[in-house]
Ligand binder design. Structure first.
Ligand code: ZN
Length: 301
């Protein structure tokens, strides 16, 4: 999931770019990673649907590589939507974090979690939110490794999100977004702001961070993403000088940041993100919540 205010539409053209002799990226709207182990290769994420995964498999075979592992960095549908196709077409071992596995195997959990645990409406059942069920065969956690490739937990955008590190380079999934994503009007998606900030600090130790969305050759991504979070947190904190309900805050934020919101499903992504900011502001004693006349009211401290 990337920017609130856009949906995944249009054609794609995956382009394979080798960053060194081991690490490649299939670059497009959602970047997929490739790590070579002699002739075997590990694919990082499967894209939003069958056609995305089909193209990735074609590129892997055209390059004389054999797909052995598929890693899911997190459970969002644009990262796991091609899993089922890949599992049908090849003898691949699928790898994920323990918090990602239940969502991959029961993908209705993603739109349900966005919709407060209730049965989600049609607008939350498009392929942007709801993937087909697929299997996870191997569980990994922070510090797990595949030969010299290390798993680094990077929660914040989604619980259980992982990155894959090889020496000074890390495929950082949605723990960082490219400048063209941050630069558009909108807010990028988070479920836990405190965790997102801690994950950004972990990334400072790497020379190059590859985002799942955006250009793969940018520097200073960590600082730019931190500044985005600080900007949005400050905006919410300042709006809440006047006490208001979550719903009113959301509409004021949409107006204030001139977010082009056209999609009901995307509204719920934005809502989750704003709730993440609110609970973080409360945790650091900058906001409080109370009940008034049957609605929750937030106010900055
Ligand atoms: Zn995501």
């Amino acid at each position: 999931m990337e920017l609130v205010g856009t949906t995944s539409k249009g054609r794609f053209r995956l382009e394979l770019i080798w960053l060194n002799d081991r690490f490649g990226v299939l670059h497009d709207r959602t970047n997929l990673g490739l790590i070579r182990f002699s002739k075997d290769v590990m694919l990082i994420d499967s894209g939003i649907d069958e056609s995305y995964a089909r193209k990735a498999l074609k590129i892997i075979s055209e390059n004389g590589l054999k797909l052995r592992w598929l890693v899911n960095t997190h459970f969002h549908a644009d990262h796991i939507g091609g899993n089922l196709f890949i599992q049908r077409k090849s003898q691949v071992q699928t790898i994920a974090h323990p918090l990602t596995k239940p969502f991959v195997e029961n993908p209705i959990l993603e739109p349900m979690s966005l919709y407060c645990g209730a049965n989600p409406p049609d607008q939350l059942r498009s392929k942007l939110f709801l993937a087909q069920p697929s299997e996870v065969h191997v569980i990994v956690e922070n510090g797990s490794n595949f030969e010299d490739v290390q798993i680094i937990e990077l929660p914040g955008h989604a619980p259980g999100q992982i990155g894959l590190a090889l020496k000074d380079l890390i495929f950082a999934a949605d723990s960082v977004f490219g400048i063209e994503i941050l630069g558009k009007k909108g807010i990028v998606v988070y479920s836990d702001i405190g965790a997102a900030l801690e994950s950004l600090e972990k990334l400072r130790g790497f020379d190059q961070c590859i985002p799942s969305h955006g250009s793969i050759s940018e520097k200073d991504l960590v600082q730019m993403n931190k500044s985005h979070i600080e900007f949005v947190a400050e905006k919410i904190h300042s709006l809440l000088k006047e006490p208001m309900s979550e719903e009113i805050l959301l509409s004021q934020l949409i107006e204030n940041l001139q977010i082009d919101l056209q999609d009901v499903g995307v509204y719920y992504l934005l809502r989750m993100t704003v709730l993440a900011y609110l609970s973080w502001l409360k945790k650091i004693n900058k906001a409080q919540i109370y009940l008034e006349k049957g609605k929750t009211v937030w106010q900055s401290l």
